[in-house]
Design a protein around this ligand. Structure first.
Ligand code: ARG
Length: 459
């Protein structure tokens, strides 16, 4: 049998394999709520504009609502031969209300319909990702406040560089998430133009009111160019790009958790809720949730790359290639949602091992910069010379296998005779972090103020 929706000129139905490659119902059925919402707005507008008689509008509206109920109740039977969600809904509507259902598709096409459905889905998803990112920020800011004074090694090149505080490290991720949320909101603001009424590609000769449908669906305005309306998938690309950057942030943090929970580092403890055991090695506590957060960035970035490649050679306006926007977008944004939730859970339960962190913070001559700064500040040495003197002292200490604070004053004075015993005050890690009071620096007072500020702003 040829297709009931578009098969007028076809003598026979599609080949089996054609049906299989063509059908999107297996994955676009999740757009049912958006599709029905769009249709309700469209038919109401057709009625208000005098394009459809009121009784047809009423019948179609009632029919759409019962289709929605059937889908919500799980009673709806999705059939592959109906291709996609748009034709599935319309076909069932026809069974319920009869031939009047055929009037719903007046002055629209599946091309503007699918663009509208996708925008509605992506918009809702961006809103919930923004909320989830805020939840993670809150968990991090609360941990930061609790650990504003907990010292730990700060790294560059994964080599101990200078002591920082655990709270400061947490707040670094709060900042990243703030930028992620800004990107989600930017993407949302830019996508918020309604393609409905662009029809197949050229607009329509019916006197439709695109401003009315745009407003009914919560869009700021209708899109201005009908070709662009049906050819555009920037909103999906932009959301996937924002999601990819956020996923990269989460992946970096996940990597740190994996390293920090190893027996060799032992910096933090994850809760039982977010670790697993080994079936053969009883001592193991594996950070699987963190590893999976790290890994899922792969599919999220993959979805962005995949859709960029799908779109890059397409002539205007719609091509069926664009049906391939869906699975990757759905999968990637859902994966990010799961990562944000898992990361929030891990952060809430996380226990930094303060004793180990403090010990590690002081190792590796992490306060060498404090010593050099002291020589500049107290003795007026040019920084380059102070760096040189400090280098000699680090050499002397490491030859003896001890920390800088274990050198005697006499040994210090061999490198620079004007050094006094006041120097020992800056060699402790607590003094080191407390002295970093420059704006954005790691001093516990700074961290406390910033963490409190975030907690207030996040509400
Ligand atoms: N299932 C299609 C998609 O997702 C709907 C649009 C089909 N349009 C068309 N002209 N065949 O892209």
């Amino acid at each position: 049998m040829s297709n009931r929706m578009w098969g007028g000129r076809f003598a026979s139905g599609p080949a089996e394999i054609m049906e299989e490659i063509n059908a999107s119902i297996g994955f676009d059925k999740r757009l049912a709520p958006q599709d029905i919402r769009g249709s309700l707005a469209h038919v109401a507008m057709l009625g208000a504009a005098g394009i459809l008689p009121a009784d047809d509008v009423a019948a179609i509206e009632a029919g759409l609502k019962s289709v929605r109920d059937e889908i919500e109740a799980g009673r709806f039977v999705f059939k592959r031969e109906l291709e996609d969600i748009h034709m599935s809904v319309e076909s069932r509507l026809t069974e319920i209300v009869g031939p009047a259902a055929g009037r719903l598709h007046t002055a629209r096409s599946r091309n503007d319909q699918v663009a509208t459905d996708m925008k509605l889905w992506v918009r809702d998803t961006l809103d919930s990702l923004d909320q989830q990112a805020a939840d993670l920020q809150r968990a991090l800011a609360e941990t930061a406040l609790k650990h504003a004074g907990t010292v730990m090694p700060g790294f560059t090149h994964l080599q101990s560089a200078q002591p920082v505080t655990f709270g400061h490290h947490c707040l670094a991720y709060v900042e990243m998430l703030a930028r992620d949320r800004g990107r989600f909101r930017d993407a949302r603001a830019r996508l918020n133009e309604c393609p409905l009424g662009a029809a197949a590609l050229a607009g329509t000769s019916f006197p439709i009111d695109r401003h009315a449908t745009a407003a009914a669906l919560g869009f700021d305005r209708p899109t201005a160019n009908s070709l662009d309306s049906v050819a555009d998938r920037d909103f999906a690309l932009e959301s996937l790009a924002a999601a990819s950057i956020c996923a990269v942030h989460l992946s970096r943090f996940a990597e740190e958790l994996v390293v920090w929970t190893s027996a060799q580092f032992n910096f933090v403890k994850l809760s039982d809720g977010y670790t697993t055991g080994s079936s053969i090695m009883p001592q193991k506590r594996n950070p699987d949730a963190a590893e999976l957060v790290r890994a899922k960035s792969g599919r999220i970035i993959g979805a962005l790359t995949g859709l960029l490649v799908v779109m890059k050679g397409l002539p205007l306006a719609y091509s069926k290639d664009m049906q391939e926007d869906k699975e990757g977008t759905f999968d990637a944004l859902q994966a990010l949602s799961l990562c944000l939730a898992a990361m929030t859970g891990m952060v809430k339960d996380l226990e930094p091992n303060a004793a180990v962190l403090s010990q590690a913070a002081g190792s590796g001559y992490a306060t060498a910069t404090d010593l050099a700064d002291w020589l500049v500040r107290e003795l007026g040495l040019p920084f380059r010379q102070a760096h040189h003197v400090t280098g000699r002292l680090v050499g002397a200490a490491s030859a003896k296998g001890v920390g800088l604070e274990a050198l005697s004053l006499a040994e210090m004075q061999e490198a620079e005779p004007r050094i006094t015993d006041a120097v020992y005050a800056v060699l402790g890690v607590a003094n080191s972090v407390a002295s970093r009071t420059s704006y954005g620096g790691t001093a516990p007072d700074n961290v406390r103020t910033q963490a409190q500020g975030w907690i207030e702003r996040l509400g």
